[in-house]
Design a binder for this molecule. Structure first.
Ligand SMILES: N[C@@H](CCC(=O)N[C@@H](CS)C(=O)NCC(=O)O)C(=O)O
Length: 247
């Protein structure tokens, strides 16, 4: 079967994985998840008990959560090395390093900003403290990433890889939370501009917004969330400790 990526809207980090699937060019399907609504319902726990996107249904029908695990699955099957490198090469090591940085400290820096925005009943002082702390963390992680970026068109050379995919899904949160002018980090700003103009990212962003776009043709269509849950989610009542596995 074609693997299925469950991606979240609005503004899910998973948008980058949609772009990666386009760059990879192998058949896949998508499932669009409203993170503010359907992802919070009890039934979603059958596919991810942590109520998060992305989720990936592999071509063997297994449920795989966590961005790094999904990216690893794609990398292992990228035999033509369209979005990755020979796993034994230094560039693969460097790609993993950048992906880990983006998926941990860089992404996590935004957590206080999301909390300040989404937590109900926060008093203004706590909200302001969270915003201030988050803003400082985001700026610091941008400073660090700016230092890590070289002079190439994309993070690891002249074509985008999984590291760029992870970055572009998250980097736009800087603007959404109005943390700072992106031009404060010239290399990051140029990189983002290049990625935002990339056809795969344009396509992934359009889908996220509920529009249709011009993809490569690798996407074989969308599957309804209810269908994915019924076909691949754990059966019956969710038991503590399960991770979306059927067996
Ligand atoms: N560790 C997970 C984190 C995934 C994550 O935090 N996803 C966000 C969307 S980008 C989410 O679903 N948050 C829960 C929410 O919005 O309620 C991963 O790397 O895949």
């Amino acid at each position: 079967m074609d693997p299925i990526l469950l991606y979240g809207f609005p503004l899910g980090s998973s948008m980058g994985l949609v772009a990666a699937l386009e760059w990879l060019g192998k058949p896949y399907r998508l499932c669009r998840v409203d993170m503010l609504g359907e992802m919070r319902k009890p039934s979603y726990a059958r596919i991810n008990p942590r109520h998060e996107t992305p989720v990936f249904i592999t071509s063997e029908g297994e449920v795989l959560t966590e961005t790094m695990a999904i990216a690893g699955w794609l990398e292992a099957r990228d035999v033509e090395r369209r979005i990755s490198f020979d796993p034994l090469s230094p560039r693969a090591d460097r790609m993993h390093q950048l992906m880990a940085f983006i998926n941990t400290g860089f992404t996590g820096a935004f957590a206080p900003l999301w909390a300040a925005m989404e937590t109900t009943g926060l008093d203004p002082a706590t909200q302001s403290m969270l915003r201030d702390f988050g803003r400082k963390r985001v700026i610091d992680r941008h400073d660090k990433l700016e230092e890590m970026i070289g002079g190439s068109a994309f993070l690891l050379g002249e074509r985008p890889t999984l590291a760029d995919a992870l970055l572009i899904g998250v980097a736009r949160w800087l603007d959404f939370h109005a943390v700072a002018d992106r031009k404060r980090w010239p290399k990051m700003s140029d990189l983002r501009q290049r990625l935002e103009a990339d056809q795969a990212v344009v396509y992934a962003t359009a889908l996220e917004k509920g529009d249709s776009g011009l993809g490569t043709g690798a996407c074989k269509g969308h599957v309804a969330l209810e269908t994915v849950i019924n076909e691949f989610g754990v059966d019956g009542r969710v038991k503590p400790g399960h991770d979306g596995r059927r067996g």
